[in-house]
Design a protein around this ligand. Structure first.
Ligand code: PLP
Length: 376
């Protein structure tokens, strides 16, 4: 970082006075969407915007992707669909992955919210609502192909097929299933699930298929169907483990220094005094902790960066702050209000997730609400 930029960043920090700045680059999000579309064409790409678009803001993300031509949006829960519905034009379809919960039928039908039907019981409920309203209702139909989490189990398939033949009130948009190990190109579970989906396709030949999440997109064309459902890759996360990440980073997180100090050999740092200074050490305390989504498992593990220099986390991560060792930086470089990089060019989501013993998804969805969010 050159002097002018540095000064600018510091001024911004002092001016804004926020404890941290979460920058969300919607242009990069759109480029990631295009990158995925080029991978799967002529299939289409939906956007998975559950959990507030993995923490980035479902309203902003979905509106931007709608403007860019996306028309299929997946959330996990009815309450999320309810919130998103007024933000999107009527021709945007919002699917609820967790399915149809008793009591939501009329609200779904009224709002144009499309349930993912995960069982015979749910199909009966939805068909019952259609009969009561005397109009056809849309649905997606999900089958379990080996994850044992959500979707119609194998033994219910015949009953589902015969009900769809006779009832005529449900307008199935596509048949879908979800991959359990798509981020691992070597997992034999991928091929097994694909084989099971193909059997299902022969039992339900009139419907098109929707199968791949982010990882599935990169497993090849066989996994694409007519519609793919990326989440993490849109937001810059790596779709495939152990491979270079083809996606562009979408977020950047800079956190403010709230105090600096020098401590002598033997000084204890943080709760429990778990860290003991091995020599005279310069420390900085930054204004984010586990309540801001930086997991406590980063205690005495991960790091943050300044000018490309790694600044190790020392001692335990607190609720609202973290202490870092800044001895590797020139004296005076970090001052009250200076920013350090938590996520950015020097540290990816995957880096911090690895240090925390978790996955990029959990880091993203945990990003706190005390940062000042700046959409670009
Ligand atoms: C969360 C989810 C996705 C998106 O998965 P990513 O790995 O983030 O791309 C797709 N489909 C279903 C059913 C999901 O639950």
């Amino acid at each position: 970082m050159d002097g002018a930029v540095r000064e600018n960043t510091q001024q911004k920090a002092i001016k804004g006075g926020a404890s941290g700045y979460l920058t969300i680059d919607l242009a990069a999000l759109v480029r990631n969407y295009d990158r995925l579309v080029s991978e799967i064409a002529p299939a289409r790409a939906a956007a998975v915007v559950k959990a507030d678009a993995y923490g980035l803001g479902a309203d902003r993300v979905a509106a931007r992707l709608y403007d860019h031509g996306c028309r299929h949006f997946f959330v996990a829960q009815f309450v999320e669909a309810r919130r998103l519905r007024p933000q999107l034009a009527r021709d945007a379809m919002i699917f609820v992955l967790n399915g149809l919960q008793p009591g939501n039928e009329l609200a779904c039908a009224d709002d144009g919210i499309v349930p993912v039907i995960n069982s015979l019981e749910q199909l009966r409920q939805w068909a019952g609502a259609a009969v009561n309203l005397n109009r056809r209702l849309p649905a997606a139909l999900q089958f379990d192909t080996g994850m044992s989490r959500l979707g119609v189990p194998p033994q219910e398939r015949p009953a589902i097929a015969s009900m769809l033949r006779t009832c005529g009130m449900i307008d199935i948009q596509f048949v879908m299933s979800h991959l359990a190990s798509a981020d691992d190109v070597l997992s034999e579970q991928n091929g097994n699930q694909l084989a099971e989906l193909r059997r299902i396709a022969t039992e339900f030949p009139e419907y098109e298929l929707c199968f791949a999440n982010s990882g599935g997109i990169f497993l090849g064309e066989a996994y694409h169907g007519v519609l793919v459902r990326p989440g993490i890759a849109l937001y810059g996360g790596a779709p495939t483990d152990g491979h270079p990440n083809p996606m562009e980073p979408v977020i950047k997180l800079d956190v403010a220094v709230v105090q600096t100090r020098e401590v002598p050999t033997g000084a204890r740092v943080g709760y429990g005094g778990s860290h003991v200074a091995a020599g005279p050490t310069r420390l900085a305390t930054i204004a984010a902790g586990y309540a801001d989504g930086l997991p406590r498992s980063l205690s005495d593990r991960g790091a943050v960066y300044c000018d490309g220099v790694r600044l190790p986390i020392v001692g335990r991560v607190s609720m609202d702050s973290i202490t870092i060792d800044i001895s590797a930086l020139p004296e005076g470089r970090l001052q009250l209000g200076s920013l350090v990089e938590v996520l950015g060019p020097n540290q990816t989501l995957e880096d911090i997730a690895r240090d925390a013993g978790t996955i990029s998804y959990e880091i993203l969805t945990g990003l706190g609400h005390r940062y000042e969010r700046q959409y670009r």
